[in-house]
Write a protein that binds this ligand. Structure first.
Ligand SMILES: C[S@@+](CC[C@H](N)C(=O)[O-])C[C@H]1O[C@@H](n2cnc3c(N)ncnc32)[C@H](O)[C@@H]1O
Length: 247
């Protein structure tokens, strides 16, 4: 298994090389993603009366920019200096900075964290490290909205929006991500899945998980594994209902 921090230089350099093309192509992507807007608006409703919300692994900061239009006090963090530069150019009123989710030391700094496709280069123990670090960075009761590509495969990419890159993308199984979150103490509130928007994005199924850091000792999920599995299944059914309503 790859060491937790072994591939970060490649990732940072790759996204800096691809930053211009990525921003050009994706900064306005939410215009064509109605379910993402709906989930983000609902997330905004939960976090905007609190403190700061971080777009973690923000890329060019389109999620932070959208949350700001929903009345959320936002900032952004990304591993790639090139992405952070472009995020600052696109949204100068938002505070963006370089940082690493895998060594994030923030303690109870945020009311919310949105992490859209920021875990796509993590697998195995890296996921546990990321979820534990994000958990600590949130106030009790703070909310996480996570988006990722669904699947079991990994994909090596050497070209991204015209730039030469060296990136391994990991697809994830929702129930495994939910289990990993619960291992770090998260309470899962919602799991939503959708198919790809044709012509608007890479043709993979997408999953969104909303979870929160427990507000107190009584705010807990069942610890028994069977009950956990049932819980995930129940939320997957609920997600289908949400999607049917969307279509
Ligand atoms: C697929 S892009 C997603 C960007 C943006 N959130 C979006 O939805 O378009 C993944 C982003 O995560 C960042 N990233 C990858 N590993 C990271 C890490 N360890 N810490 C912080 N950011 C990271 C990359 O630099 C890149 O900008």
């Amino acid at each position: 298994m790859t060491e937790p921090h072994a591939n970060r230089t490649n990732v940072a350099d790759s996204y800096t090389a691809a930053a211009e093309g990525y921003t050009e192509k994706l900064f306005h992507e939410l215009d064509g993603k109605p379910l993402d807007r709906l989930l983000l608006a609902d997330f905004a409703r939960k976090v905007r009366s609190g403190g700061l919300t971080c777009d973690l692994g923000c890329g060019p900061g389109q999620i932070a920019a959208y949350l700001k239009t929903c009345g959320v006090w936002t900032c952004g963090i990304d591993l790639s200096p090139g992405m952070v530069t472009l995020a600052k150019q696109r949204s100068p009123e938002i505070g963006f900075e370089c940082g690493d989710i895998l060594s994030l030391k923030h303690e109870q700094q945020y009311s919310g964290v949105a992490a859209f496709y920021s875990i796509v280069h993590f697998h195995g123990v890296q996921l546990d490290t990321a979820f534990a670090n994000i958990f600590r960075s949130l106030e009790p009761g703070g909310v996480l909205l996570l988006a990722f590509h669904m699947g079991t495969e990994s994909k090596h990419v050497s070209e991204l929006f015209g730039a030469t890159v060296d990136l391994d993308f990991y697809f994830h199984v929702p129930s495994e991500i939910a289990m990993a979150l619960m291992r770090s103490g998260w309470v899962i509130d919602r799991i939503v899945e959708r198919g790809p928007y044709p012509d608007a994005e890479y043709p993979s199924r997408r999953c969104y998980i909303e979870a929160h850091r427990p507000a107190d000792q009584s705010d807990r999920q069942p610890t028994n594994m069977t009950r956990r599995a049932n819980f995930v299944t129940r939320f997957r059914r609920k997600a289908s209902t949400v999607l049917r309503r969307q279509s």
